[in-house]
Design a binder for this molecule. Structure first.
Ligand code: THU
Length: 125
């Protein structure tokens, strides 16, 4: 699947984001090595620390369905672009240190990073 298509899937998930507190909606689309896509959105909580980012939602959906090998992740936001937070970088590193991360404001302006660039020397037990 190409980067634009994956990014559009992340954008398509945005309406499902639950972000009444920050009003900042995030959508993620995670591509497995088998070619399956899991999307995710941020899900906020009145107890703010309980909030889950879009990237982790997508990852947890995939892992809980038996998929652990990922090749690409696209991230879209309701405004501008969103880089994954530190917790999400480490969370993804567990499964896919070589993940390609696609970030942008729209499908015409995509930036591509590797997870290792975004998280050098990630933690492994
Ligand atoms: N958020 C994500 O879902 N992913 C990111 O990459 C950055 C931040 C969410 C968490 C919170 O619901 C909102 O964006 C504002 O921080």
């Amino acid at each position: 699947m190409d980067n634009r298509e994956l990014f559009k899937m992340a954008q398509a998930a945005l309406p499902n984001a639950y972000a009444p507190f920050s009003k900042f909606k995030v959508g993620a689309a995670l591509l497995t090595e088998e070619g399956k896509v899991f999307t995710g959105v941020n899900v906020e909580n009145s107890s703010y620390g309980g909030t889950i980012c879009a990237e982790r939602t997508a990852t947890v959906k995939a892992v809980s369905e038996g998929y652990r090998n990922f090749s690409k992740l696209a991230i879209a936001a309701s405004e501008g672009e969103a880089f994954p937070c530190g917790i999400c970088r480490q969370f993804l590193y567990e499964f896919a240190p070589d993940l390609e991360v696609i970030i942008g404001e729209d499908e015409e302006h995509l930036k591509i990073y590797t997870l290792k660039e975004l998280l050098p020397e990630g933690f492994r037990l």
